[in-house]
Write a protein that binds this ligand. Structure first.
Ligand code: ATP
Ligand code: MG
Length: 546
């Protein structure tokens, strides 16, 4: 089968064919001001994936140009998440701020070439002087002599002026239809401590000026980024053309990943954490990589998802069920089967001898005998799930009901007898009789038993918390947020429900992160933080329209 190439690969093929480049070199430039989310995985898969496919290299570069919010906690978490997804930067780990000296030199070069000048407009004035589509911007300091700009810029660097007093602006085109080219600010005065450079600098380059320089200094050939940077590309190219950098990288934009019922923005995710609406960045409901990992997603399933989404130039909204399908497909193959009873009701098998125990062997995976079996005990008192019993059964209810018969999975057929109620009208316990002759086979008299339910012997059950998760947001398309609403107006009140469940005793030995299929329920992962807790990962089937 002929492999189809995405549009980025087509550009790269052409660049290689024309001899513009010999070896692909990309980079992933996260800003260390929060944890990575699944949208970043798309960018990672494109940056690292494309480099790998072409036998090239990909750098990891912390974009810490802006001194405001960076934190080493985030740097470490970002590295951990990228490794977890299976990508590696080897020894090519950089900080954008490592190039501050170079940025400064290139700014001086621009001033010397008459391509940058020190401006005295305040932020408000600059807004006023911006012009509009029919009127060019005005800039009263544009013709400041080179010597004067050089002098002022050096004094800005030396800390002589307060924040906002001056800016350095690139001299490009005040009449450009692209507002980013109307003499954009490329340096600002900010008396701020930088987490890596302390108080060495009190002027900082803007992202639009620093980023192309960083790419060029690292020998990046293709600077792949999301679509919102498209409008900045002419400025990116202008910087590359006008300062004497050693390489000429090329920026290519791709569509951002958007997922139904999910907001992929660090600002919103931080708000959720800081307002206590979720239990931290790694809350299993969060679309962060650490949240998805804790929920029970594997790195491979998320990378698989990104490759199924593909690389396109136009923005689109991807159904979250596609992500769920990726982990379901993987766990269906790999997860050992176990039994959990989310809402236990006690069943007493009256005709089963007191104190007797029988052991049934259950397969760990029905399609993979090599995964072995486990021993499940049968005794007189067992648990079944409240959902598998109906006092007043609806039509076609094939589970346990008054006078009805049902098969206990892998064990006896039982018939419902006396039902003992609590004072509040709930079922306290159910008495049954077992067809002891039939054992695990079909009834000897040929009668048909339609339903099979799961069960656990009291002797083989331990208590455990099972946490059922749903989407955090009820708003399907986050781009359609009404003007008068906030995302927090759409929080799903049922996004987390804790069940005090009974689970197979052998699950006491499960390790944090171990994943299982709880039969007839779905896939679950042993939580990494809370003792004896399992997180729901995904249901057994796609519940379309639920
Ligand atoms: P956020 O909007 O969540 O704050 P960001 O773009 O500010 O994200 P960065 O740390 O700057 O976060 O992102 C690093 C890279 O990841 C950028 O190149 C950006 O284009 C890319 N990226 C971020 N979000 C997405 C997304 N939803 N889909 C694809 N790529 C993304
Ligand atoms: Mg960013």
């Amino acid at each position: 089968m002929e492999e189809t190439k995405n549009f980025i690969e087509e550009i790269i093929d052409a660049d290689l064919a024309e001899g513009k480049i010999e070896k692909i070199h990309t980079r992933f430039p996260p800003e260390p001001n929060g944890y990575l989310h699944i949208g970043h995985c798309k960018a990672l898969a494109i940056d690292f994936g494309t480099a790998k496919k072409y036998g090239g290299l990909c750098n990891l570069r912390m974009d810490d140009t802006n001194p405001a919010k960076e934190d080493t906690e985030y740097v470490d978490a970002i590295k951990e998440d990228i490794h977890w997804l299976g990508f590696d930067w080897d020894d090519r780990f950089f900080y954008g701020s490592d190039y501050f000296d170079k940025d400064y030199e290139y700014a001086i070069e621009l001033i010397n070439k008459g391509l940058a000048y020190v401006c005295e407009l305040t932020a408000d004035q600059m807004e006023k002087y911006r012009g509009d589509l029919t009127h060019p911007a005005t800039s009263p300091w544009r013709d400041r002599p080179i010597e004067e700009s050089l002098d002022l810029f050096k004094r800005m660097k030396d800390g002589e002026f307060p924040d906002g007093k001056y800016t350095l602006r690139a001299k490009i085109d005040l009449a450009s239809g692209n507002f980013w080219l109307r003499d954009p600010v490329i340096y600002r005065i900010k008396h701020m401590h930088h987490h890596r450079h302390g108080d060495k600098w009190c002027i900082y380059p803007t992202y639009d000026f620093a980023h192309p320089i960083q790419d060029a200094l690292e020998g990046i050939t293709h600077s792949l980024c999301s679509l919102e940077f498209e409008i900045h590309r002419p400025l990116y190219n202008w910087v590359i053309e006008n300062v004497s950098v050693p390489h000429k990288p090329r920026q290519i934009e791709f569509a951002r990943l958007n997922i139904t019922n999910t907001v992929l923005s660090k600002r919103f995710l931080r708000l959720m954490v800081e307002s206590g609406r979720v239990d931290g960045w790694d809350d299993p409901r969060m679309p962060t990589l650490c949240g998805l990992r804790r929920r029970g997603y594997t790195g491979a399933s998320i990378v698989d998802f990104c490759s199924r989404v593909g690389v396109a130039k136009a923005n689109s909204l991807v159904d979250i069920r596609l992500l769920e399908a990726c982990i379901r497909d993987e766990l269906n193959e790999t997860a050992p089967r176990r039994i959990a009873i989310l809402e236990p009701i006690k069943v007493i098998v009256d005709n089963y001898p007191d104190g007797k125990e029988e052991i049934f062997e259950l397969p760990n995976h029905p399609q993979h005998p090599e995964m072995g079996t486990r021993k499940v005990k049968f005794t007189k008192e067992i648990f079944i799930d409240a959902e598998d019993f109906a006092l007043v059964p609806p039509p076609k209810f094939f589970r346990l009901k008054p006078d009805g018969e049902v098969r206990l999975m892998g064990a006896y057929i039982v018939k419902c007898g006396d039902i003992v109620m609590n004072d509040d009208g709930s079922v306290k316990e159910i008495h049954c009789s077992a067809d002891l002759e039939t054992g695990n086979g079909n009834p000897v008299d040929g009668r048909k038993i339609k339903g099979t339910i799961h069960w656990l012997s009291q002797e083989n059950a331990i208590d455990s918390d099972v946490v059922l998760y749903e989407n955090l947001l009820t708003l399907e398309d986050p781009s359609k947020l009404p003007d008068d609403k906030e995302f927090t107006d759409y929080l799903n009140p049922d996004s987390k429900k804790i069940k005090r469940a009974k689970v197979e005793a052998n699950l006491a030995e499960a390790k944090a992160g171990d994943k299982f299929q709880f039969v007839r329920l779905g896939y679950f992962c042993r939580d990494t933080k809370n003792e004896n807790t399992f997180n729901s990962i995904v249901s057994l089937k796609d519940s379309k329209g639920k």
